[in-house]
Design a protein around this ligand. Structure first.
Ligand SMILES: [Zn+2]
Length: 697
């Protein structure tokens, strides 16, 4: 096989893939896929799984595997040439999938299959795949009559322009502002590692002093540390009014409020065309939550529980500010500053101090030990002699074997930051588990799942000519556990059909359950003692330091939770019962919500909605609640481990139950069914509240 991207017989051939392979491979696969689709479309017999769904699945899998390798390389080994080739091919792929989703004949065939006698005989997984397909066709407007379809497509186009302008305006407003401070007294309190780049960027402009911007790494430390109240206020005002009529640049053409109103109107119109009352219902059609009212009830219940803690958090803050900082009235631009001072006084420890206890080898071994015990598996590093092809020498490759010694999955681990790698941490699938029928031999085999786990941690360094292992902050350890949780969801699946195998087909607001679930183990004393070893002294994490870490974790959790709930309530109401064509404005809606749930009311000039890109430019519209929703699920699932803890929470019996009912089933049934099968009841809020330091009894 000359083009490695067209070889699907095993692991990706990363060492052999180069730029010249990409375009020909994608051209070939798109051509083949279109031929397959033409063939199934032309087939006049009653569509069956074998003659209709399977050939398309196979074709699309080849395309997504090949393109997945290209996207992966683009994300982890980016070069100008690769980026150019990637961007040249991306529209072709997008176009292909857009065509598929609009193909009325395919939609008709799915409907025929749904109504056929065969449907009743299919496995639950296959039934679910077909129902998901029908749902997605309908949400894409496939059922609309021709004249309405035109309007529907125009709305989608317009929405995509509006949301992209929304984020452009926000980015422009963020970039346009800077504040030059020349007086050294005014920057007192701001740490050196923030002042240094601020000074460099002033110098780059040919100025002396410090230049601050509205980008997080500059803005946040000023609000947290600057002793000068005026400076904090100036920065806060600029930040809170970005892309609004009060924007510091005074450019009214960049005001996001008209866009917000237009976006809400169009979403509502599209929802009506699809037969829904409002956009929130459209959004929830693909989610675990069943109705906007259910989400609102959920959020309000959580708000009621969190509010007393938020009130207490605020009181503590006010008292501290009055007694220690001589601030009697807390303004919006004082909150981060006073909080940081209070946090330091209560739980003084640094990330640097904690980091010395988390060398990479200990952390990985400790994490593997947890899941090995939970799920009865064995994780081993691939021996160098196997010559597994990888994209960078730092990448490690692991095998997972089950209790019988059978190989069940494999994963790549790419831990360290490098200039060619996109920021953040993520899990992606390289190969998905499924059964493959071999026509000639009439036998079938299982295709094993393979995952990419990618992080951006600091690489090992050499000190005094001695190589030192990489050291992770506790937060990085949490990130690693989180992504590994996504990885296990993909790798431990027992589903045999691609569309609902692993994380495929899992509802959007439930997909973070397995990942957030894993984070809990990073807060277990028993787990941490086994996975820490001070780089110099060899000692494991001291209990006193651990206790401080736990307290710091829950610092102001009441205030933080209420803030998230306020955003989520705003997002849900604005897409549910808010009428963009009424006299009541978006800002009035937000005020009403704040008056109901918030304990801190921002100043009148604050234009939070104008920068709420998650819902007006990202994929979170009527979905912001998912953050809290998934936290409730993961905390409640984890509490079963706490309840069944005999010799620690890492309990094999509960682990195997979690594996069977949650991880293994993937998207083959609804997330609620899976949750109830595991927990024996519907999700409850108590565990999350308890883990956040809010006792419910
Ligand atoms: Zn995640």
């Amino acid at each position: 096989m000359s083009n490695p991207l067209l070889d699907f017989s095993g692991l990706p051939r990363f060492a052999e893939i180069n730029n010249e392979h990409i375009t020909p491979a994608i051209e070939t696969l798109l051509k083949e896929n279109r031929a397959v689709i033409d063939k199934v479309r032309a087939d006049d017999s009653t569509p069956s799984w074998q003659t209709f769904v399977q050939p398309m699945t196979d074709a699309n899998e080849r395309l997504s595997r090949a393109w997945g390798q290209v996207s992966h390389l683009n994300a982890v080994m980016n070069t100008p040439e690769l980026r150019e080739t990637y961007n040249a091919n991306l529209p072709l792929i997008t176009q292909f999938y857009a065509e598929l989703s609009q193909d009325v004949r395919l939609f008709e065939k799915f409907k025929q299959l749904r109504a056929s006698a065969e449907f009743d005989q299919l496995t639950p997984a296959r039934k679910r795949i077909i129902d998901n397909e029908l749902r997605d066709f309908r949400l894409g407007g496939a059922e609309l009559p021709a004249e309405k379809k035109q309007r529907f497509l125009r709305i989608q186009e317009e929405l995509s322009k509006l949301t992209s302008t929304f984020s452009d305006n926000l980015l422009d407003a963020t970039n346009a502002y800077s504040l030059l401070i020349e007086d050294a007294e005014k920057v007192a309190g701001i740490p050196d590692d923030v002042l240094q780049p601020a000074q460099q960027s002033a110098t780059a402009d040919g100025k002396t002093g410090w230049k601050f911007t509205l980008h997080m790494p500059s803005y946040l430390p000023v609000l947290q540390y600057a002793d000068n109240r005026e400076l904090r206020e100036q920065m806060y005002r600029a930040y809170a009014t970005r892309a609004s009529e009060f924007d510091s640049q005074g450019d009214s053409s960049k005001d996001n409020m008209p866009l917000i109103n237009k976006i809400l109107e169009l979403r509502r119109e599209a929802a009506h065309m699809l037969g829904y009352d409002n956009y929130a219902e459209v959004s929830l059609a693909t989610k675990m939550a069943t109705s906007p009212q259910q989400v609102l009830d959920f959020l309000k219940k959580l708000a009621a529980k969190a509010k007393p803690y938020a009130v207490a958090d605020l009181q503590a803050l006010q008292q501290f500010a009055a007694e220690k900082l001589n601030l009697t009235k807390l303004e919006a631009w004082d909150l981060a500053y006073v909080s940081e001072k209070l946090r330091q006084e209560r739980y003084a420890f640094s990330d640097q101090e904690v980091k010395q206890y988390f060398p990479e080898d200990k952390v990985l071994a400790g994490m593997f030990k947890v899941v090995e015990k939970l799920y009865g598996i064995r994780i081993t590093l691939a021996a160098p002699a196997r010559n597994i092809q990888r994209w960078h020498p730092d990448v490690k490759f692991f095998d997972i074997h089950d209790a019988n010694g059978e190989l069940i999955g494999q994963f790549y681990l790419d831990l360290y930051a490098r200039p060619t790698k996109r920021g953040g941490a993520w899990m992606d699938d390289a190969i998905t588990r499924r059964r493959i029928d071999h026509q000639h031999t009439r036998k079938s085999t299982i295709q094993l799942p393979v995952a990419y786990l990618t992080c951006n941690f600091s690489a090992p360094v050499t000190m005094d000519d001695q190589p030192r292992p990489a050291l992770f902050t506790h937060n990085e350890v949490i990130v690693l556990f989180h992504e590994f949780g996504h990885g296990l969801h993909h790798l431990m699946t027992k589903v045999e059909d691609l569309g609902v195998s692993g994380i495929n087909g899992v509802e959007w607001d439930a997909v973070e359950l397995p990942s957030q679930f894993m984070e809990n183990f990073c807060w277990e004393w028993d787990v941490l003692t086994g996975m820490t070893q001070h780089i110099e002294t060899g000692e494991s994490l001291p209990k006193a330091l651990f206790d401080k870490m736990i307290k710091a974790k829950n610092f102001q959790s009441g205030l933080q939770m209420l803030r998230q709930i306020e955003f989520a309530l705003f997002d849900m109401h604005v897409h549910f019962d808010f009428r963009p064509d009424s006299d009541r404005t978006v800002l009035q809606l937000l005020d009403d919500i704040r008056n109901q749930v918030a304990v801190i009311i921002p100043p009148g000039f604050n234009r939070f909605p104008n920068s709420f890109a998650h819902i007006f430019a990202g994929g979170y519209a009527a979905g912001y609640y998912s953050y809290k929703w998934a936290e409730v699920l993961s905390a409640d699932a984890y509490s079963m481990f706490e309840e069944t803890a005999s010799d620690g929470v890492v309990n094999a019996a509960t682990g195997s139950h979690f594996l069977e009912e949650i991880l293994a089933v993937g998207g083959s049934r609804s997330a609620l069914e899976s949750f109830i099968a595991f927990r024996g009841r519907e999700p409850e809020l108590d565990a999350l509240l308890r883990h956040s330091g809010m006792e419910t009894a």
